[in-house]
Design a protein around this ligand. Structure first.
Ligand SMILES: Cc1cc2nc3c(=O)[nH]c(=O)nc-3n(C[C@H](O)[C@H](O)[C@H](O)COP(=O)(O)OP(=O)(O)OC[C@H]3O[C@@H](n4cnc5c(N)ncnc54)[C@H](O)[C@@H]3O)c2cc1C
Length: 400
């Protein structure tokens, strides 16, 4: 049996960040990272479309936590210890400058996730972290020390960090250690919608809409993207994250109501009546209003039974009411979900009630720590999921 001081299980974002920081702070400790794959950091590699959206330019903890459907309350304290600004500083100090994009997402200036991987590999080497690839954890036992059985032999360690992401096998092992696992469901997905109004306009973006799921309290706002199979972009992705559990219960079949212009039906109707006077001789379908993209406007006009040749002056009461409805309370039937390829996560994991958020240590077992997606924390898209990994891993490192 091979003995180590600290073993980190899982060579992903959280595992590497924990291992490097532990080794850097405690050069005398023998720190080993076990990774089941022949390489680590595979999600980092593909993250953010290969650019790695590493964190988000939100520097107020109270605001930052609002992006976590699961973990909001628990992460407030941890973010006071290590958050986006610290992430930025950490990487910049190690030769990886970051940039902030218009929507707040932060990426390495290189626009390549490989820069992050190279940084982690060189830092791990510098601080003498032992990385053992092709070592899959098979069982965890507690004696005086922890005993870890892997696909390539057994190890003991005084302290262990579980950073295996969303892995059901590890959740089963943790259940055997009496931890409660909140059942996993997907988060961050796009909505499948078959509807005449959006069938022929993939790629169209409505810049700022409001959307709510009928018969629930779920609602969100932001940009909307029409895709080949339905709808995506932050307005939808936020709903998928905050509604992950509720929408799974409904088998991903539900109705949404969209307000494309963020105005009340009444205000919209009044504005349309004014436009009828002002634009009298113009063709309705060709004169897009409310800053809507032309192709979307055209489809909403057609859905209001206003044919292509009709001019504003020809609109009757029914037309005006139908158009106001399409603009402010259009109903769409969602029938399934699709993967959002830039980022996806799993809701569920180790119950947050069983973790001490001052240390990220298990409340049930001393010297058992967690970091990253293995715990029941997940976030909306934008770099917040990695921030959870960095924060947890950093705090673990401080407490080891
Ligand atoms: C396509 C995609 C793109 C994404 N893009 C972004 C983004 O741009 N920004 C963002 O914030 N988030 C993004 N995310 C989410 C983010 O990648 C995760 O939240 C983050 O990787 C979680 O880190 P982790 O270390 O907890 O888990 P992981 O990164 O999943 O790492 C877990 C590691 O543990 C290893 N492991 C599992 N089981 C065992 C075992 N039994 N023994 C040994 N090792 C094991 C795995 O092989 C893996 O290497 C993206 C996710 C996906 C899928």
């Amino acid at each position: 049996m091979s003995r180590r001081d600290v073993i980190i299980v899982g060579g992903g974002a959280a595992g590497f960040f924990a291992a490097i920081n532990i080794a850097e702070k405690n050069p005398s400790l023998k720190v080993t990272l076990l990774e089941r794959g022949k390489e680590g950091l595979q999600k980092v590699k593909v993250s953010g479309g290969g650019r790695c959206n590493i964190t988000h330019a939100e520097f107020i903890p109270q605001e930052l936590i609002k992006n976590y459907p699961r973990g909001e309350k628990e992460l407030l304290g941890p973010f006071h210890q290590f958050m986006s600004g610290d992430t930025m500083e950490w990487f910049e100090k190690r030769g990886v400058p970051l940039k902030i994009e218009e929507d707040g997402r932060m990426f390495p200036i290189s626009d390549s996730s490989q820069t992050i991987i190279d940084c982690f590999l060189s830092e791990a080497k510098k601080h003498k972290v032992e990385i053992l690839y092709n070592h899959a954890l098979k069982s965890i036992q507690k004696d005086d020390d922890w005993i870890l059985q892997t696909s390539q032999g057994d190890f003991t360690a005084k302290k262990i960090v579980i950073a295996t992401g969303s892995n059901p096998k590890i959740w089963n092992l943790l259940q055997d250690l009496s931890h409660t696992i909140i059942q996993p469901v997907p988060s961050l997905f796009t909505f499948d919608i078959k509807d005449e109004r959006i069938k022929n306009i993939p790629g169209v973006v409505a810049p700022n809409i409001e959307v709510r799921v009928k018969e629930t309290d779920l609602q969100s706002e932001g940009p909307l993207l029409i895709t080949h199979v339905g709808m995506s972009a932050p307005a939808i992705l936020k709903l998928s994250a905050f509604g992950a559990i509720e929408l799974a219960k409904r088998g991903y079949k539900f109705e949404i109501e969209i307000n494309f212009i963020k105005q009340s039906y009444e205000d919209c109707l009044n504005e349309l009546k004014e436009l009828k006077q002002v634009l009298a001789k113009k063709t309705v379908s060709k004169s897009a209003q409310f800053d809507l993209p032309k192709r979307l406007w055209h489809q909403l006009v057609l859905a209001s039974q206003i044919s292509d040749e009709i001019r504003w002056a020809d609109l009757n009461k029914n037309h005006l009411e139908a158009l106001a409805s399409q603009l402010t309370k259009a109903i769409f039937h969602v029938d399934g979900k699709s993967t959002f390829k830039e980022e996806f996560v799993t809701a569920g994991g180790v119950d947050l009630k069983e973790i001490n958020f001052k240390t990220f240590e298990s409340k049930l077992h001393k010297h058992l720590f967690f970091a990253g997606e293995v715990i029941n924390v997940d976030a909306v898209t934008g770099g917040f999921n990695f921030q959870n990994a960095w924060t947890g891993a950093y705090i673990v490192s401080q407490n080891i």
